[in-house]
Design a protein around this ligand. Sequence first.
Ligand SMILES: C[S@@+](CC[C@H](N)C(=O)[O-])C[C@H]1O[C@@H](n2cnc3c(N)ncnc32)[C@H](O)[C@@H]1O
Length: 226
Amino acid sequence: MFVSSRSAAEYRAMFDLVPEDLAGSVLDCSAGGSSFTAETDGRVVAVDPAYVIGRSELAARLRAGLDEADRIIDDNADRFEWSWYGSPERRAEMRRAAAERFIADLHRRPGRYVAGALPDLPLASGSVDLVLCSHLLFTWADRFGEDWHRRALAELVRVARREVRVFPVVVSGTAEPVAFLDGLRRELDALGHRTELSRVPYRFQRGGDRMLRIGVGSPLDSAPRR
Ligand SMILES: C[S@@+](CC[C@H](N)C(=O)[O-])C[C@H]1O[C@@H](n2cnc3c(N)ncnc32)[C@H](O)[C@@H]1O
């Protein structure tokens, strides 16, 4: 699995974030080489298992993965659309800039980057207001099964005080809906959380323009969503 490096602009579009969403504390879980934490003021923490490896090795792996990711996208061009990025070159530039911002911030503020893995995060219950999870759950549903997803979602809900957002909800490289998503939503609803699938402004993987929102123990806010 790539340690990829999406920017804060991509996160804002993927998670349909407005300034009020970021007023409290935020966890970026499976943050990888994303520069969301580096670019976001306030109380943001990034968690990823890749942070156990040394900073130089992580930087080398991240930079090496950029060309490989570009190649995969070129080889599967029909699976992607470019209305949000504008062009493949713009996307590649954003990823490279984000990787360099991440690497600089990892050196400058290492305390914001915590090694940890779902489904057992090294964080206290209810310790952040909002949890964001980009391109791990559902994306890798061919690798992580239903029970892993159940435990991972329970863990994200455990550490969140207000809301969890997961993007996207389709398997990587396909527009296939994940077969067990609806069942897991019903289970969360039965536990007193509220879930919804919301369309977001981000467009890239065909069929992958929705996020899962989970209102922890309470209704979701009434802000209009696409
Ligand atoms: C495709 S990358 C996404 C990185 C970043 N969120 C982004 O959007 O650019 C997936 C990340 O999930 C991390 N990962 C793999 N297994 C994980 C687990 N069990 N818990 C949390 N993160 C995991 C990988 O190390 C990798 O950095």
